[in-house]
Design a protein around this ligand. Structure first.
Ligand code: NAD
Length: 463
């Protein structure tokens, strides 16, 4: 990377460090005012944001509003309403060992946060973490994805109108720019993207021991057992799978269905696809497009040697890829092993719980986990047995919409979780303080220690 760019980045970081010191003393009312201003500006620019998302991803305006703008607005509302109480020092009960003392926790921002975001929900996946970081009193350098340039431009304009750039700075660029930013020392790194790049980010963070959050991908299963309502199950899976053309980190990746209802489920899935997007989804205004040629080629490659039972149509020039159903992908295939992240849904039949276990043990630690069943015991057992980022019972992807729930992965699908209060906790260092007074001292704690520890043991057992 050119020295000039590196020097520019160093200057930005230095300016942000100075501003961070100021921000600490400014109090939180100013932060709340900035969040209110951001909310107003987003409302004003709604149509520009929708246009940008349509240019980048062919997103239907309904999806852009509900799954991007509204989510950001709800996060802003939550912070505007609660920031003062979340940020107030919290009293905790003291330990009798320290009696008398006043114990409390102070919530302090880390400092300069570096954020790197992806292209699939380019507006909300950049702004929701950013709201948490700035509300908590951090400065942010945000590097959005180069693959959603229209949205990045709108984000950069919005943020520069609300925040001085020594508080929030958007840096446009690709992986090389991200690498240059990662060479510098930050106080926190927040990354959303693929597991492969997540590992690169974690290595860079390790050099400076920078705390980090990784919001990654994975293969999220839908377990459908024989007791479910087939029609509603199909509708809710199709909703979660084909929104944003399957390019959703928590989209159902594959279905594990009880063999005896497999064909009925496939029929119901097809019916629901056609109900949502018609028989020719290329004509539907409610169906998006694939982000770029490279990702498109990966999806075509995914279909090689697969049994396609529905769809499989595409038009590379227009980045159109139809909703596609595949059954029983070979275990060695890319489609089975890797995150699909597109409008291909694979369906695997199972006969018993051992067969479910074989698959879930191999494709472990998904970001999301969906169970469709009316059997309480089965549901309880399966959600307790497997590690995953988050689960929904009898629906898909809707957990993302509740900011009271932490959102994040485990193992390969990430570390750390955010949204609402969880974002506040994530971007704050909890500073524990114990304030003692001088009026009482337990003499036994000081050397020379008592010869026998039996009295001390007796006291310690009582407290
Ligand atoms: P990506 O990992 O290719 O890119 C994400 C960001 O990282 C981009 O800003 C990109 O410029 C940057 N980047 C790419 N290569 C880099 C490198 N070598 N060094 C430093 N930075 C680099 O991911 P993507 O294609 O934008 O998004 C798709 C992936 O993101 C999927 O795996 C999806 O599951 C995951 N994702 C996860 C979440 C979540 O919340 N957990 C949300 C959306 C997407």
């Amino acid at each position: 990377m050119e020295t000039k760019i590196l020097n520019d980045f160093k200057q930005i970081r230095k300016d942000q460090q100075l501003f961070f010191e100021k921000l600490k003393t400014e109090g939180i009312s100013s932060r709340i005012d900035h969040l209110k201003n951001l909310k107003r500006l987003i409302n004003k620019r709604e149509s520009k944001i929708i246009e940008a998302l349509s240019a980048d991803l062919g997103k239907p305006s309904f999806e852009s509003y509900t799954s991007e703008i509204l989510m950001v607005q709800k996060e802003l509302d939550l912070f505007i309403k609660n920031l003062k109480s979340w940020a107030a020092p919290k009293r905790v009960s003291g330990s009798l060992l320290n009696f008398p003392s006043k114990d409390y926790i102070l919530y302090e921002p880390y400092g300069k946060v570096l954020m790197i975001s992806p292209w699939n929900y380019p507006f909300q996946l950049a702004l929701i973490p950013l709201i948490g970081a700035v509300a908590t009193g951090n400065t942010v350098v945000l590097k959005p994805s180069e693959s959603a340039p229209h949205t990045t431009k709108v984000i950069a304009e919005l943020l520069s109108e609300i925040f001085p750039n020594n508080w929030v700075q958007v840096i446009e660029g690709d992986a090389e720019i991200a690498q240059a930013l990662l060479e510098l020392q930050w106080d926190y790194i927040f990354f959303t993207g693929s597991t492969t790049v997540g590992k690169i980010i974690a290595k860079s963070a390790a050099i400076h021991l920078t705390p980090l959050t990784l919001e990654l991908g994975g293969k999220s299963p839908c377990i459908v057992d024989g007791s479910t309502n087939i029609e509603k199950t199909a509708r809710r899976i199709i909703f979660g799978k084909f929104i944003n053309c399957g390019q959703t980190c928590i989209a159902p990746d594959y279905i594990l269905v009880k063999q005896e209802i497999k064909q009925s489920l496939i029929d119901a899935l097809i019916k629901e696809i056609e109900k949502a997007f018609g028989q020719d989804s290329s004509k539907s205004k409610d169906y998006g497009r694939i982000i770029h040629q490279k990702h498109f080629d990966k999806l075509i490659n995914n279909l090689k040697d697969q049994k396609v039972v529905y769809g499989g149509k595409y038009d590379k020039q227009n980045l159109f890829f139809s909703p596609t159903l595949v059954v029983d992908p070979p275990k060695k295939s890319q489609l089975y092993q890797e995150e699909i992240f597109g409008p291909i849904l694979s369906i695997i039949g199972y006969n018993n719980e051992e067969e479910i276990d074989d698959v879930l043990t191999e494709l472990k630690n998904p970001l999301a986990f969906y169970v469709f069943s009316k059997r309480k015991k089965f549901i309880r057992k399966i959600i307790q047995r497997y590690p995953f980022g988050g689960a929904v019972i009898n629906d898909s992807i809707v957990h993302f919409a509740n900011p009271n729930l932490p959102f994040g992965g485990i193992g390969q699908s990430g570390m750390g979780a955010y949204h609402g209060k969880h974002s506040f906790d994530l971007f704050s260092h909890s500073k524990p303080i114990v304030k003692r007074s001088f009026w009482f001292d337990l003499p036994q704690r000081y050397a020379p220690y008592p010869k026998s520890i039996s009295t001390l043991k007796w006291i310690l057992k009582k407290i």
